[in-house]
Design a protein around this ligand. Structure first.
Ligand code: PLP
Length: 385
């Protein structure tokens, strides 16, 4: 390793960057498809270059396909999933609006935090971590709180639970409120259709079901949500994420807003092309078939899933840590001895579960076999003490 001083106060390690070959089977990021990495290494273009503008249109079309929506305002936000999460709230929430958030895990809490920063009167529906809301519970919540926005997490990555969304859009129309849904761990892996389900505001990220590096965040808003934005009495409090401004760059006018993350968007385009090539239905089926293979393998190791089968996610599985086993030590061993990353429990589930992600490019049978074999060896050794 070469290390040398740059000046009196700074030294640099000048060896070439090297990273370990990890298999990322945690809650994200997931491994990136080689075609995505290849696309990202193409020359950078200016954000108003005609070829780049074309590529933006292509991304919009591909994203609309992946999300099953016709929403004109469907774009990639520069930033991670949390940036687009913040964009939905920053644009839709006016100070004083009642926002009803379904909290059944860590990311529900993040929605509460963000909504309150934009001046919302936040009301919560809560569930133990690992459970989901029934349509009746949501109806009761809407009757009680009469919100302007109902916010739900489709795929709660902290618990592995999938919130059913059939019928929720109709309910929101009945109560004249917007439906905001976190699809960060569902887009590209879990059956999802914004238009069929009447979802008005949705966001996701590049690094989970889509198989890109982190750094971009898909965002979509329905004409209903756009109308609410146009009727605002106050300005959107966040300049960077203001969709009125961003729509002038993504739309016909092509007015500079901020410098586009061009190479990241090349990667996203390629990832979305892979989704379209595979076809949404087959992609969803692949995730489901593979996760069932994982569940079967876990059962053979006498490991138990935390979530009831009906509501389990195909992209993320929470597994109960057996009595007497140190969850952190097992995860550390998987990483150091097998180069496999999995996630630990968060919040209410800290120390109680592991989180195994099978997202996008990583949802493959051979990865599951590697993981199960490694877990079996580690647990056998641990039991022998
Ligand atoms: C990962 C995740 C986020 C946050 O996305 P970042 O890319 O980490 O900012 C939000 N919601 C859910 C459900 C997630 O899994």
């Amino acid at each position: 390793m070469i290390s040398f001083p740059i000046d009196d106060r700074h030294r640099i390690n000048a060896s070439q960057l090297d990273v370990p070959p990890r298999l990322l089977l945690g809650p994200g990021p997931a491994n990136v498809h080689p075609r995505v990495l290849a696309a990202m290494s193409l020359p950078t273009l200016g954000h108003l270059d005609p070829r780049y503008l074309e590529l933006m249109d292509e991304i919009q079309t591909l994203l609309r396909y992946a999300w099953q929506t016709d929403n004109p305002m469907t774009i990639s936000v520069s930033g991670t999933g949390s940036a687009a999460m913040e964009a939905t709230l920053a644009n839709a929430v006016e100070p004083g609006d009642v926002v009803l958030v379904g909290v059944m895990g860590y990311f529900g809490h993040r929605l509460v935090d963000m909504a309150s920063r934009y001046g919302a009167d936040v009301q919560k529906l809560t569930k133990p971590w690992g459970e989901v809301f029934s349509l009746d519970e949501l109806r009761h919540g809407l009757e009680t709180h009469r919100p302007a926005i109902l916010a739900l997490v489709h795929a709660e990555t902290s618990t592995g639970a999938r919130q059913p969304l059939e019928g929720v859009g109709e309910l929101c129309r009945e109560f004249n409120c917007l439906l905001l849904v976190d699809t960060v761990t569902s887009l590209g892996g879990v059956p999802l259709s914004l238009d069929t389900w009447g979802i008005d505001l949705a966001y996701s990220c590049s690094q989970k079901g889509l198989g890109c590096p982190p750094g971009l965040a898909p965002f979509s808003m329905s004409p209903r949500a756009w109308d609410k934005l146009q009727r605002r009495r106050s300005q959107v409090a966040n300049w960077y994420l203001d969709m009125n401004l961003l729509s002038r760059y993504w739309g016909q006018e092509r007015v500079y807003h901020h410098t586009a993350s061009s190479n990241m968007n090349y990667g996203l385009r390629e990832a979305l092309r892979l989704v379209a090539e595979e076809g949404l239905e087959s992609r969803w089926q692949r995730h489901q078939t593979n996760v069932e293979f994982l569940w079967q393998g876990l059962a053979e190791l006498s490991l138990v899933c935390h979530v009831q089968e009906e509501f389990r996610l195909p992209t993320l599985t929470t597994v109960k840590v057996p009595e007497g086993i140190d969850s952190k030590a097992v995860a550390r061993q998987l990483l150091t001895e097998y180069n496999i990353e999995i996630g630990l429990g968060l919040g209410e589930l800290a120390g109680k579960v592991w989180r195994i992600g099978l997202m996008g490019y990583n949802s493959r049978r051979e990865n599951i076999i590697l993981l199960l074999e490694a877990i079996a060896r580690i647990l056998t050794k641990a039991k022998k003490g």
